[in-house]
Design a protein around this ligand. Structure first.
Ligand SMILES: [Zn+2]
Length: 180
């Protein structure tokens, strides 16, 4: 796998969690969050472990989505659609999108987004109403799906992370809710 180990985050929240699959989330001051993530080429048990950790971490933080670089893994993996109503004690497969590529559909609309790497802040960002997503599952098989509304915005938010783009550089700060 092309993952390389990153230095420990200097300013990750020191939250103690019961869940052993929880990983501390890197804050937006961490320089690696501004770098592009690398394509996943090896689909093995290690990838599945990373994906599981991402789903659990996202759920613990009450986020809708999370990108791998937010937990210190510089690979093109995102989780989308995680909510507190769907505790991911189950398989991560339903939430994990590897090497995602987006095709934009519809008009752009304003969304208010939070980011788990920017706690307490929210941003007004213009996003496409719908996306078609081409991705690979955890077995490396090509898949596709489509999304609209807040889930479409979440895909765009997480793929921004994979490109090293933080929400603070997309929109102005406003009151609002967390996406991931
Ligand atoms: Zn985010």
């Amino acid at each position: 796998m092309t993952e390389r180990t990153l230095p420990a985050p200097v300013d990750a929240p020191m939250t103690v969690r019961q869940n052993p699959r929880y990983r501390p989330i890197y804050l937006d001051t961490y320089p690696f969050l501004r770098e592009r993530c690398m394509e996943v080429k090896i689909f093995d048990e290690r990838l599945r472990k990373i994906a599981e950790a991402m789903v659990h971490t996202c759920a613990e933080e009450r986020g809708i989505g999370l990108a791998a670089n937010q937990v210190g893994v510089r690979l093109r993996i995102i989780v989308v659609g995680v909510t507190r109503r769907k505790p991911p004690a189950l398989t991560p497969d339903a939430y994990v999108f590897v090497n995602p590529e987006l095709k934009y559909r519809g008009k752009k609309v304003m969304h208010t987004e939070g980011c788990l790497s920017s706690p307490g802040r929210h941003f007004a960002i213009s996003r496409y109403q719908r996306v078609n997503v081409i991705y690979q599952d955890l077995d490396g098989l090509p898949q596709r799906c489509s999304a609209s509304g807040i889930i479409a915005a979440c895909f765009q938010h997480e793929v921004d992370h994979l490109e090293g783009i933080l929400p603070a550089s997309r929109g102005r700060t406003v009151p609002g809710r967390v996406i991931g």
